[in-house]
Write a protein that binds this ligand. Structure first.
Ligand SMILES: [Fe+2]
Ligand SMILES: [Fe+2]
Length: 401
């Protein structure tokens, strides 16, 4: 199939908020109900400021009050200082594990450096992680989000086979590739095929919405984005009536298209404010890096290498890295561009909430012709709606697209 076209990644472009970082909204997906128990004034002040941006925070200083609250409603996370009133903080953590409502709650303990009890509590699973004094805001946020992601991954294990396999195989693949510095090996290609097959099965069974719900609180953005692009491409391919083998290839393309970002410095990849010209130049190198890594592997077929290289090209030749035009762009790259833009627009990031699907479709409609291939874009939107990947809306609201 020869189509004309390519794409862009909006999370890296002018779509960023210009507000100072401290004023930016946290994504809806990370608004947790957090209970903080601490009688240590400095801990309370420092943690309240850090955690308020991550969710709805309830603060108590008394250990018994903390345990009592845990029985009244399900909290998303518990932060305990080793210094609480009436009880020892470690005892509170231990007692919390005996309360049915908080048996599996993620717990972050706050303790002094080199506190052996903290080490023991992590080792025996009573707490998930330890934040040491003095409180470092960036480190606590990172520990908290990692804790929540691990908690989410444990939840995946309780899902039915289909979603569970797709999510766990996708994450295992992502971790394997990134642990290897982006090197794709025959072993990781086996993981790519397994994960793609699991995702295509989910798409065939019309359970993508369920899959996306189970994915949405994960904090590893590159994983979430690549996985979503793979899932959207699977739905898209089936909507286009493609054979199973082509659906699998497109899912693989989605999982691998941004592998070159492993070579993009994290401060640039995750920068919450507008990129400088120099940073933007570096960010725009990732498609060539994807192509390079995939080609170097010697075990990835040419069509997947091309998607890595060309998913930011645009129909009118203003894309990157090659400035290809229309029919010069291979069809898998054309299809991937649509799914990639949709994911970039709707993804939640630490510095902004994702766009609602119908709003994203309106934005994408404005890219039809110069950036995205119009006929395929229309099909993509129809398929996403009919598969329930977006909430259904009245026909009158759809006139823009
Ligand atoms: Fe990209
Ligand atoms: Fe992407």
């Amino acid at each position: 199939m020869k189509l004309g076209f390519r794409e862009a990644e909006l999370e890296c472009s002018g779509n960023r908020s210009l507000r100072p970082e401290s004023q930016q909204e946290r994504p809806v997906s990370t608004m947790y109900e957090i209970l903080l128990a601490s009688a240590h004034t400095e801990d309370q002040l420092a943690l309240s400021e850090v955690l308020a941006g991550l969710g709805h925070l309830t603060v108590v200083s008394d250990g018994w009050a903390c345990l009592s609250l845990l029985q009244t409603k399900p909290y998303g996370a518990l932060i305990i200082s080793d210094r609480v009133d009436c009880l020892d903080g470690y005892d509170v953590a231990s007692f919390a594990r005996d309360i049915p409502e908080s048996r599996s709650i993620p717990i972050l303990m706050v303790a002094d450096e080199n506190d052996q009890r903290a080490v023991t509590s992590v080792r025996d699973g009573t707490v998930g992680a330890v934040a040491t004094r003095p409180i470092n805001s960036a480190r606590v946020v990172s520990q908290f989000m990692e804790l929540m992601s691990h908690h989410l991954e444990r939840y995946w294990e309780t899902l039915e086979d289909g979603p569970r396999l797709a999510l766990t195989k996708g994450k295992a693949l992502h971790d394997a590739v990134f642990r290897n510095g982006g090197a794709v090996t025959p072993e990781t290609m086996t993981m790519v095929r397994d994960a793609s097959s699991a995702i295509a099965d989910i798409a065939a069974n019309r359970r993508i919405p369920e899959l996306l719900r189970a994915l949405k609180d994960h904090d590893d953005y590159t994983f979430v984005h690549s996985f979503k692009v793979g899932a959207f491409l699977s739905v898209f391919a089936q909507g286009l009536g493609m054979r199973r083998s082509d659906t699998l290839r497109l899912a693989q393309a989605g999982l691998l298209h941004d592998v070159g970002k492993v070579r993009t410095p994290l401060p640039i990849l995750n920068k919450p404010s507008r990129l400088t010209d120099r940073e933007w130049t570096i960010m725009r190198q990732h498609p060539e890096q994807s192509g390079c890594l995939l080609r170097m592997s010697g075990c990835v077929e040419d069509d997947l290498v091309l998607v890595g290289e060309r998913h930011h090209e645009k129909l009118d030749g203003t894309g990157y890295p090659f400035g290809l035009k229309g029919g010069q762009i291979d069809s898998p790259s054309v299809l991937t561009a649509i799914a990639d833009v949709y994911s970039a627009l709707t993804d939640h990031r630490p510095y902004r909430s994702g766009m609602a699907p119908e709003k994203a479709f309106v934005v994408m409609a404005n890219m039809a012709g110069n950036h995205l291939e119009p006929g395929l874009l229309r099909t993509f939107i129809d398929v996403m709606r009919s598969e329930g990947v977006v909430p259904d809306i009245p026909a009158t609201s759809r006139s823009a697209v």
